[in-house]
Design a protein around this ligand. Structure first.
Ligand SMILES: Cc1ncc(COP(=O)(O)O)c(C=O)c1O
Length: 385
Protein backbone atom coordinates (compact mmCIF):
# COMPACT_ATOMS: atom_id res chain seq x y z
CA UNK A 1 0.00 0.00 0.00
CA UNK A 2 1.51 3.31 -1.05
CA UNK A 3 -0.44 5.27 1.52
CA UNK A 4 0.78 5.22 5.09
CA UNK A 5 -0.83 5.70 8.48
CA UNK A 6 0.49 7.68 11.41
CA UNK A 7 3.85 6.17 12.33
CA UNK A 8 3.17 6.19 16.07
CA UNK A 9 -0.14 4.40 15.61
CA UNK A 10 1.58 1.84 13.46
CA UNK A 11 4.16 1.30 16.16
CA UNK A 12 1.88 0.73 19.17
CA UNK A 13 0.42 -2.72 19.81
CA UNK A 14 -2.73 -4.20 21.33
CA UNK A 15 -2.15 -4.50 25.07
CA UNK A 16 -0.81 -7.76 26.51
CA UNK A 17 -3.84 -7.96 28.78
CA UNK A 18 -6.16 -7.95 25.76
CA UNK A 19 -4.04 -10.57 24.01
CA UNK A 20 -4.33 -12.79 27.04
CA UNK A 21 -8.09 -12.18 27.21
CA UNK A 22 -8.37 -13.48 23.67
CA UNK A 23 -6.50 -16.66 24.62
CA UNK A 24 -8.71 -17.08 27.68
CA UNK A 25 -11.79 -17.18 25.45
CA UNK A 26 -10.56 -20.54 24.08
CA UNK A 27 -10.71 -22.10 27.58
CA UNK A 28 -14.30 -21.67 28.76
CA UNK A 29 -13.81 -23.95 31.80
CA UNK A 30 -10.88 -21.96 33.13
CA UNK A 31 -11.24 -19.86 36.27
CA UNK A 32 -10.34 -16.40 34.95
CA UNK A 33 -8.69 -14.10 37.49
CA UNK A 34 -7.83 -11.44 34.97
CA UNK A 35 -10.36 -8.63 35.00
CA UNK A 36 -9.57 -5.08 36.00
CA UNK A 37 -13.02 -4.08 37.11
CA UNK A 38 -15.08 -4.51 40.29
CA UNK A 39 -17.41 -7.52 40.33
CA UNK A 40 -20.03 -5.36 42.06
CA UNK A 41 -23.01 -3.75 40.33
CA UNK A 42 -23.20 0.03 40.02
CA UNK A 43 -25.06 1.25 43.16
CA UNK A 44 -28.86 1.37 42.71
CA UNK A 45 -29.12 5.09 43.48
CA UNK A 46 -26.49 5.84 40.83
CA UNK A 47 -28.28 3.73 38.23
CA UNK A 48 -31.55 5.47 39.07
CA UNK A 49 -29.97 8.90 38.71
CA UNK A 50 -28.71 7.87 35.27
CA UNK A 51 -32.14 6.56 34.28
CA UNK A 52 -33.89 9.66 35.59
CA UNK A 53 -31.55 11.80 33.53
CA UNK A 54 -32.39 9.86 30.36
CA UNK A 55 -36.13 10.08 31.07
CA UNK A 56 -35.85 13.82 31.64
CA UNK A 57 -34.15 14.14 28.24
CA UNK A 58 -30.80 15.00 29.77
CA UNK A 59 -29.26 13.47 26.68
CA UNK A 60 -27.58 16.37 24.97
CA UNK A 61 -24.24 18.09 25.26
CA UNK A 62 -23.08 19.85 28.38
CA UNK A 63 -20.43 22.46 29.05
CA UNK A 64 -17.16 21.02 27.71
CA UNK A 65 -15.75 20.67 31.22
CA UNK A 66 -18.93 18.97 32.44
CA UNK A 67 -22.06 20.18 34.26
CA UNK A 68 -21.24 22.79 36.89
CA UNK A 69 -23.22 20.69 39.40
CA UNK A 70 -20.91 17.76 38.69
CA UNK A 71 -17.76 19.86 38.92
CA UNK A 72 -18.99 21.22 42.26
CA UNK A 73 -19.61 17.63 43.42
CA UNK A 74 -16.05 16.69 42.38
CA UNK A 75 -14.71 19.80 44.11
CA UNK A 76 -16.50 18.91 47.40
CA UNK A 77 -15.49 15.26 47.16
CA UNK A 78 -11.79 16.12 46.89
CA UNK A 79 -12.08 18.72 49.65
CA UNK A 80 -13.96 16.46 52.07
CA UNK A 81 -12.30 13.13 51.35
CA UNK A 82 -8.77 14.12 50.35
CA UNK A 83 -8.41 17.62 51.85
CA UNK A 84 -7.49 19.08 48.45
CA UNK A 85 -8.75 22.34 47.01
CA UNK A 86 -9.55 22.58 43.31
CA UNK A 87 -11.91 25.08 41.74
CA UNK A 88 -14.99 23.83 39.89
CA UNK A 89 -14.75 26.93 37.72
CA UNK A 90 -11.43 26.27 36.02
CA UNK A 91 -9.49 23.40 37.60
CA UNK A 92 -11.75 20.37 37.04
CA UNK A 93 -12.78 18.63 33.80
CA UNK A 94 -15.11 15.62 33.56
CA UNK A 95 -13.79 13.16 30.96
CA UNK A 96 -14.84 9.95 29.23
CA UNK A 97 -13.21 7.72 31.80
CA UNK A 98 -9.79 8.46 33.21
CA UNK A 99 -8.35 7.03 29.96
CA UNK A 100 -9.51 10.05 28.00
CA UNK A 101 -8.29 12.28 30.82
CA UNK A 102 -4.79 10.78 30.50
CA UNK A 103 -4.83 11.20 26.73
CA UNK A 104 -5.97 14.82 26.95
CA UNK A 105 -3.23 15.61 29.49
CA UNK A 106 -0.50 13.91 27.47
CA UNK A 107 -1.52 15.67 24.28
CA UNK A 108 -1.58 18.97 26.13
CA UNK A 109 1.90 18.74 27.63
CA UNK A 110 3.98 16.39 25.46
CA UNK A 111 5.99 17.03 22.32
CA UNK A 112 8.11 14.84 20.11
CA UNK A 113 11.29 13.85 21.93
CA UNK A 114 9.87 14.34 25.42
CA UNK A 115 10.13 11.60 28.02
CA UNK A 116 7.74 10.55 30.77
CA UNK A 117 9.16 8.60 33.69
CA UNK A 118 6.89 5.86 35.03
CA UNK A 119 7.55 3.47 37.92
CA UNK A 120 7.25 -0.06 36.53
CA UNK A 121 5.76 -2.67 36.47
CA UNK A 122 3.14 -0.28 35.10
CA UNK A 123 -0.38 -0.18 33.71
CA UNK A 124 -0.04 -0.81 29.95
CA UNK A 125 -2.38 2.04 29.00
CA UNK A 126 0.21 4.79 29.45
CA UNK A 127 3.07 4.14 27.03
CA UNK A 128 0.95 3.93 23.85
CA UNK A 129 -0.84 7.21 24.65
CA UNK A 130 2.52 8.83 25.35
CA UNK A 131 3.85 7.44 22.07
CA UNK A 132 0.88 8.83 20.15
CA UNK A 133 2.00 12.25 21.39
CA UNK A 134 5.42 11.61 19.88
CA UNK A 135 6.98 11.23 23.33
CA UNK A 136 8.41 8.17 25.04
CA UNK A 137 7.91 6.32 28.34
CA UNK A 138 11.05 5.75 30.43
CA UNK A 139 10.69 3.22 33.21
CA UNK A 140 11.83 3.38 36.80
CA UNK A 141 12.40 -0.19 37.94
CA UNK A 142 10.54 -1.03 41.17
CA UNK A 143 10.66 -4.80 40.76
CA UNK A 144 13.47 -5.17 43.32
CA UNK A 145 12.25 -2.53 45.81
CA UNK A 146 8.90 -4.09 46.75
CA UNK A 147 7.33 -1.90 44.05
CA UNK A 148 8.09 1.35 45.94
CA UNK A 149 9.84 3.78 43.52
CA UNK A 150 13.35 4.52 44.74
CA UNK A 151 13.81 8.33 44.97
CA UNK A 152 17.49 8.15 43.96
CA UNK A 153 16.65 6.11 40.90
CA UNK A 154 14.02 8.69 40.00
CA UNK A 155 16.50 11.52 40.30
CA UNK A 156 19.04 9.63 38.16
CA UNK A 157 16.48 9.18 35.38
CA UNK A 158 15.49 12.84 35.16
CA UNK A 159 17.17 14.60 32.22
CA UNK A 160 16.51 17.63 30.04
CA UNK A 161 14.12 15.48 28.05
CA UNK A 162 11.92 14.62 31.03
CA UNK A 163 8.63 16.42 30.68
CA UNK A 164 6.62 14.52 33.26
CA UNK A 165 6.69 11.85 35.94
CA UNK A 166 3.67 9.60 36.12
CA UNK A 167 2.70 8.02 39.41
CA UNK A 168 -0.04 5.43 39.90
CA UNK A 169 -0.70 4.56 43.52
CA UNK A 170 -2.52 2.41 44.56
CA UNK A 171 -0.94 0.62 41.66
CA UNK A 172 -2.22 -1.54 38.87
CA UNK A 173 -0.72 -4.21 38.64
CA UNK A 174 1.05 -4.49 42.01
CA UNK A 175 -1.63 -3.26 44.43
CA UNK A 176 0.91 -1.31 46.48
CA UNK A 177 0.39 2.16 47.89
CA UNK A 178 3.21 4.61 48.58
CA UNK A 179 4.62 4.53 52.07
CA UNK A 180 4.90 7.91 53.81
CA UNK A 181 8.71 8.12 53.75
CA UNK A 182 8.94 7.25 50.06
CA UNK A 183 6.22 9.77 49.22
CA UNK A 184 8.10 12.54 51.07
CA UNK A 185 11.41 11.66 49.43
CA UNK A 186 9.87 11.48 45.96
CA UNK A 187 8.22 14.85 46.55
CA UNK A 188 11.63 16.28 47.50
CA UNK A 189 13.13 15.01 44.24
CA UNK A 190 10.20 16.37 42.25
CA UNK A 191 10.59 19.69 43.99
CA UNK A 192 14.10 19.99 42.60
CA UNK A 193 13.09 19.42 38.97
CA UNK A 194 10.64 21.41 36.86
CA UNK A 195 8.59 18.55 35.47
CA UNK A 196 4.87 17.83 35.38
CA UNK A 197 3.47 15.20 37.72
CA UNK A 198 0.62 13.12 36.38
CA UNK A 199 -0.86 11.21 39.29
CA UNK A 200 -3.23 8.46 38.24
CA UNK A 201 -5.28 8.00 41.39
CA UNK A 202 -8.09 5.99 39.89
CA UNK A 203 -7.71 3.48 42.77
CA UNK A 204 -7.37 6.07 45.55
CA UNK A 205 -10.72 5.13 47.09
CA UNK A 206 -9.45 1.56 47.28
CA UNK A 207 -6.66 2.21 49.79
CA UNK A 208 -6.92 -0.35 52.55
CA UNK A 209 -4.64 0.74 55.36
CA UNK A 210 -5.31 4.37 55.96
CA UNK A 211 -6.06 7.59 54.15
CA UNK A 212 -4.83 7.73 50.55
CA UNK A 213 -1.65 9.78 50.15
CA UNK A 214 -1.49 12.11 47.15
CA UNK A 215 1.37 14.22 45.81
CA UNK A 216 -1.20 17.01 45.55
CA UNK A 217 -0.88 17.70 49.25
CA UNK A 218 2.58 19.21 48.60
CA UNK A 219 1.81 22.84 47.86
CA UNK A 220 5.05 23.28 45.89
CA UNK A 221 4.02 20.59 43.40
CA UNK A 222 0.40 21.59 42.94
CA UNK A 223 1.09 24.11 40.18
CA UNK A 224 2.47 21.46 37.81
CA UNK A 225 0.52 18.44 38.85
CA UNK A 226 -2.56 16.66 37.54
CA UNK A 227 -4.77 14.23 39.40
CA UNK A 228 -6.48 11.70 37.16
CA UNK A 229 -9.43 9.95 38.74
CA UNK A 230 -12.85 8.56 37.91
CA UNK A 231 -15.70 6.40 39.03
CA UNK A 232 -14.84 3.19 37.15
CA UNK A 233 -13.25 1.50 40.15
CA UNK A 234 -14.58 3.43 43.16
CA UNK A 235 -18.23 2.99 42.21
CA UNK A 236 -18.16 0.00 39.85
CA UNK A 237 -18.91 2.20 36.86
CA UNK A 238 -16.42 1.11 34.19
CA UNK A 239 -19.01 1.15 31.40
CA UNK A 240 -20.38 4.59 32.25
CA UNK A 241 -17.07 6.11 31.10
CA UNK A 242 -16.88 8.86 33.66
CA UNK A 243 -13.55 10.18 34.80
CA UNK A 244 -12.14 13.52 35.86
CA UNK A 245 -8.95 15.51 35.73
CA UNK A 246 -7.92 18.08 38.31
CA UNK A 247 -5.06 20.47 37.81
CA UNK A 248 -3.93 24.09 38.04
CA UNK A 249 -5.98 26.60 36.04
CA UNK A 250 -3.04 27.82 33.93
CA UNK A 251 -2.70 24.46 32.20
CA UNK A 252 -6.26 23.13 32.58
CA UNK A 253 -7.45 25.77 30.11
CA UNK A 254 -5.26 24.01 27.53
CA UNK A 255 -6.37 20.48 28.55
CA UNK A 256 -9.92 21.73 28.05
CA UNK A 257 -9.16 22.57 24.42
CA UNK A 258 -7.90 19.05 23.70
CA UNK A 259 -10.86 17.54 25.54
CA UNK A 260 -13.27 19.85 23.70
CA UNK A 261 -12.05 18.69 20.32
CA UNK A 262 -11.65 14.99 21.04
CA UNK A 263 -14.73 14.44 23.21
CA UNK A 264 -16.90 17.61 23.41
CA UNK A 265 -18.04 16.47 26.86
CA UNK A 266 -18.51 13.38 29.00
CA UNK A 267 -21.75 11.46 28.45
CA UNK A 268 -24.52 13.55 30.01
CA UNK A 269 -26.57 10.73 31.65
CA UNK A 270 -23.28 9.47 33.14
CA UNK A 271 -22.57 12.93 34.50
CA UNK A 272 -25.90 12.87 36.34
CA UNK A 273 -25.13 9.39 37.68
CA UNK A 274 -21.72 10.67 38.80
CA UNK A 275 -23.26 13.50 40.82
CA UNK A 276 -25.19 10.86 42.77
CA UNK A 277 -22.08 8.71 43.24
CA UNK A 278 -20.04 11.60 44.59
CA UNK A 279 -22.72 12.95 46.93
CA UNK A 280 -25.08 10.33 48.38
CA UNK A 281 -22.92 7.28 47.57
CA UNK A 282 -19.62 8.20 49.18
CA UNK A 283 -19.83 5.18 51.48
CA UNK A 284 -19.72 2.71 48.58
CA UNK A 285 -15.92 2.28 48.20
CA UNK A 286 -15.55 1.43 51.90
CA UNK A 287 -18.15 -1.33 51.54
CA UNK A 288 -16.31 -2.76 48.55
CA UNK A 289 -12.99 -2.46 50.37
CA UNK A 290 -14.28 -4.73 53.15
CA UNK A 291 -14.82 -7.45 50.56
CA UNK A 292 -11.49 -6.74 48.82
CA UNK A 293 -9.57 -6.98 52.09
CA UNK A 294 -11.13 -10.34 52.93
CA UNK A 295 -10.30 -11.63 49.45
CA UNK A 296 -6.80 -10.18 49.47
CA UNK A 297 -6.09 -11.84 52.81
CA UNK A 298 -7.33 -15.16 51.47
CA UNK A 299 -5.34 -15.02 48.20
CA UNK A 300 -2.21 -13.71 49.97
CA UNK A 301 -2.39 -16.56 52.51
CA UNK A 302 -2.80 -19.14 49.77
CA UNK A 303 0.01 -17.80 47.57
CA UNK A 304 2.36 -17.59 50.54
CA UNK A 305 1.45 -21.14 51.53
CA UNK A 306 2.35 -22.19 47.96
CA UNK A 307 5.81 -20.80 48.65
CA UNK A 308 5.54 -17.77 46.37
CA UNK A 309 7.16 -14.44 47.20
CA UNK A 310 4.39 -11.86 47.39
CA UNK A 311 4.25 -8.22 48.43
CA UNK A 312 1.08 -7.68 50.46
CA UNK A 313 -1.13 -5.31 48.42
CA UNK A 314 -2.53 -2.33 50.31
CA UNK A 315 -4.89 -1.06 47.64
CA UNK A 316 -6.68 -1.64 44.32
CA UNK A 317 -7.68 -5.30 43.76
CA UNK A 318 -4.59 -6.94 42.30
CA UNK A 319 -1.84 -9.10 43.73
CA UNK A 320 1.47 -9.61 41.94
CA UNK A 321 3.38 -12.71 43.09
CA UNK A 322 6.84 -13.58 41.82
CA UNK A 323 7.01 -16.78 39.77
CA UNK A 324 10.73 -16.44 39.07
CA UNK A 325 11.66 -19.57 40.94
CA UNK A 326 9.93 -21.77 38.37
CA UNK A 327 12.41 -20.76 35.70
CA UNK A 328 9.71 -20.00 33.13
CA UNK A 329 9.00 -16.65 31.51
CA UNK A 330 5.81 -15.10 32.85
CA UNK A 331 4.15 -15.60 29.44
CA UNK A 332 5.04 -19.31 29.48
CA UNK A 333 3.94 -19.67 33.08
CA UNK A 334 0.60 -17.92 32.45
CA UNK A 335 -0.04 -19.96 29.32
CA UNK A 336 0.68 -23.27 31.06
CA UNK A 337 -1.32 -22.21 34.12
CA UNK A 338 -4.23 -21.63 31.78
CA UNK A 339 -3.87 -24.72 29.59
CA UNK A 340 -2.74 -27.25 32.20
CA UNK A 341 -4.02 -25.70 35.42
CA UNK A 342 -7.29 -24.16 34.23
CA UNK A 343 -6.60 -20.73 35.72
CA UNK A 344 -6.32 -17.45 33.83
CA UNK A 345 -3.99 -14.77 35.22
CA UNK A 346 -2.14 -12.06 33.33
CA UNK A 347 1.61 -12.52 32.72
CA UNK A 348 3.65 -9.83 34.45
CA UNK A 349 5.37 -9.03 31.17
CA UNK A 350 2.13 -7.34 30.04
CA UNK A 351 3.13 -4.58 32.49
CA UNK A 352 6.48 -3.72 30.88
CA UNK A 353 9.70 -5.71 30.98
CA UNK A 354 9.95 -4.96 34.72
CA UNK A 355 6.92 -7.18 35.28
CA UNK A 356 8.79 -10.17 33.85
CA UNK A 357 8.89 -12.97 36.42
CA UNK A 358 5.57 -11.99 38.00
CA UNK A 359 1.91 -12.81 37.54
CA UNK A 360 -1.04 -10.46 38.00
CA UNK A 361 -3.99 -12.00 39.78
CA UNK A 362 -7.13 -9.90 40.14
CA UNK A 363 -9.20 -10.62 43.23
CA UNK A 364 -12.21 -8.68 42.00
CA UNK A 365 -14.03 -12.02 42.17
CA UNK A 366 -16.21 -13.73 44.77
CA UNK A 367 -14.51 -15.88 47.42
CA UNK A 368 -15.83 -19.18 45.97
CA UNK A 369 -14.27 -18.28 42.59
CA UNK A 370 -11.00 -17.34 44.28
CA UNK A 371 -11.05 -20.55 46.33
CA UNK A 372 -11.41 -22.66 43.18
CA UNK A 373 -8.73 -20.62 41.41
CA UNK A 374 -6.25 -21.01 44.26
CA UNK A 375 -6.98 -24.74 44.56
CA UNK A 376 -6.21 -25.24 40.88
CA UNK A 377 -3.14 -23.06 41.02
CA UNK A 378 -1.74 -24.99 43.97
CA UNK A 379 -2.18 -28.23 42.05
CA UNK A 380 -0.56 -26.78 38.94
CA UNK A 381 2.41 -25.46 40.86
CA UNK A 382 3.14 -28.93 42.19
CA UNK A 383 3.54 -30.09 38.61
CA UNK A 384 6.00 -27.34 37.62
CA UNK A 385 8.05 -27.27 40.84
C1 LIG B 1 -4.19 2.38 36.58
C2 LIG B 1 -5.35 2.61 35.69
N1 LIG B 1 -5.54 3.83 35.17
C3 LIG B 1 -6.56 4.10 34.34
C4 LIG B 1 -7.47 3.11 34.00
C5 LIG B 1 -8.58 3.47 33.05
O1 LIG B 1 -9.81 3.50 33.68
P1 LIG B 1 -11.08 4.27 33.11
O2 LIG B 1 -10.77 4.81 31.77
O3 LIG B 1 -12.18 3.26 33.10
O4 LIG B 1 -11.35 5.38 34.11
C6 LIG B 1 -7.32 1.82 34.52
C7 LIG B 1 -8.23 0.74 34.13
O5 LIG B 1 -8.01 -0.42 34.34
C8 LIG B 1 -6.23 1.57 35.39
O6 LIG B 1 -6.04 0.36 35.92
Amino acid sequence: MGISINRWTEEIAISGIRQFFNLLADYPDAVGLTVGQPDFATPEAVKEAGMRAIQANQTGYSHNAGLMELRLAIQSFFKDIHGLTYSAANEIIATNGSSEGLDSIFRTILEEGDEVIIPAPAYPGYAPLIRLSGAKAVYLDTSDTDFQPDPERLEALITDKTKAVLMNFPSNPTGVTLDETTLQQLADVLNRHEVFIVSDEVYSENSFDDQHRSFARFAHLRDRMFIVHGLSKSHAMTGWRLGFVLGPAWVMQHVLKVHQYNATCASLPSQHAAIEALTTQRHVPATMNEAYIERRDFVYRKLTAMGLDVVLPTGAFYIFPSIKKFGLSSAEFAERLLKEGGVGAVPGSAFTEYGEGFLRISYAYSLPVLEEGMKRMEKFIQTVS
